[in-house]
Design a protein around this ligand. Structure first.
Ligand SMILES: NC(=O)c1ccc[n+]([C@@H]2O[C@H](COP(=O)([O-])OP(=O)(O)OC[C@H]3O[C@@H](n4cnc5c(N)ncnc54)[C@H](OP(=O)(O)O)[C@@H]3O)[C@@H](O)[C@H]2O)c1
Length: 309
């Protein structure tokens, strides 16, 4: 089955590039790739024709409009339009082309903001969402419900994985639209090279965040793409979280910095806590394997190699 035809959408992104590495490590030989220049996934006609021509058996959707709290709260229209369009085109296009297996990615940030902890899959849509990423969450929830509806009506096997905050090689370090951890890595690195005495952390530093190394997400995608399961939604996390200020302390220690933390309290905190209940994934035999320490080492090596300033 290693020659099964797989279309991996979004292979140049953080998660997509890790899935591609993992597929190659696992010796999958028939992977179809098309970047945005070759195939803009917003274009329905082109996506449908592409799937008709290429005839993959599996589609993995790692393409999406993704960003941190700043862009999410200021570019809501782009987030809802582009995500709905990309996932509609790929999910419906897969159904129309008789593709039975598909992996769609949600995100832990789309659960209700006051969810009980740890968050179980069934808490989705059980309460009010976080305001700062409402358009993104609305689109992602629509994608999950779409997969569920297609599974029920058309007997497809479209699985939605719900990853925790992800980090790893190939991350986005642009401070305006990056997630909190790559932003902290960049700030910590700047403190090191510029010998700064202060590292700035957005918000109060008190919210908790769960991190998962991207190779674990890639591993989960391949594990579940080969499974026939009853549920359409599976949480994928490390199951461990800590406060944002503790991640800052972790980086200060790793980079041996002599700095104080300054909390920029005018910036939003986002959801207070969102640690995932990963018991369903474990029940199927999957769990995260890479520690924060090891994940950080691999990520920082890539950061230094790319000479990011
Ligand atoms: N990063 C996280 O912390 C995290 C956490 C949980 C879930 N996820 C989920 O994982 C998935 C991937 O996220 P990521 O962090 O890997 O994002 P990313 O690094 O921004 O990668 C997204 C990829 O999608 C491509 N793309 C976007 N719009 C496209 C279009 N119109 N046509 C073709 N390609 C397009 C991008 O190409 P260009 O670069 O050329 O635009 C990029 O290669 C998303 O569904 C996200 O919700 C991510």
């Amino acid at each position: 089955m290693k020659n099964i035809k797989i279309f991996l959408a979004g292979h140049k992104g953080l998660v997509g590039s890790a899935i591609l590495r993992r597929l190659r490590e696992k010796k999958y030989t028939n992977i179809i790739l098309a970047d945005k220049k070759k195939l803009n996934l917003l274009d329905q006609k082109k996506v449908f024709n592409f799937l008709k021509r290429k005839k993959p058996k599996i589609v993995i959707i790692a393409a999406a409009k993704v960003g941190g709290i700043y862009h999410n709260s200021t570019r809501g229209a782009d987030f809802i339009y582009e995500n709905l369009q990309i996932q509609n085109n790929l999910i419906h296009g897969s159904y129309k082309n008789n593709i039975k297996r598909l992996i769609f990615l949600g995100s832990s940030c789309i659960y209700p903001k006051n969810s009980k902890q740890p968050i179980k899959e069934e808490y989705l849509l059980s309460g009010k969402l976080e305001e700062t990423n409402l358009p993104y969450a609305t689109a992602k929830i629509a994608g999950i419900k779409m997969c569920e509806a297609y599974n029920k009506q058309y007997k497809t096997n479209y699985i939605c994985l719900m990853p925790a905050n992800t980090f790893g090689p190939n991350d986005n370090y642009n401070l305006l639209n990056s997630h909190f951890f790559p932003a902290l890595i960049k700030k910590a690195h700047q403190c090191k090279v510029k010998n700064k005495k202060m590292i700035e952390v957005w918000g109060t530093g008190k919210p908790f965040r769960e991190l998962i190394f991207v190779d674990d997400i890639a591993d989960a995608c391949i594990f579940f793409m080969n499974k026939k399961i009853k549920e359409s939604l599976i949480n994928i996390g490390s199951g461990k979280d800590m406060r944002i200020k503790d991640y800052a302390k972790f980086l200060i220690k790793k980079l041996k910095l002599n700095v104080k933390i300054k909390f920029k309290k005018s910036k939003p905190d986002g959801v207070f806590r969102k640690v995932l209940d990963v018991s369903k994934a474990k029940k199927y035999g999957w769990k995260a394997k890479i520690s924060l320490d090891r994940g950080f080492e691999l990520t920082y090596k890539d950061f230094l190699k790319k000479n990011i300033t």
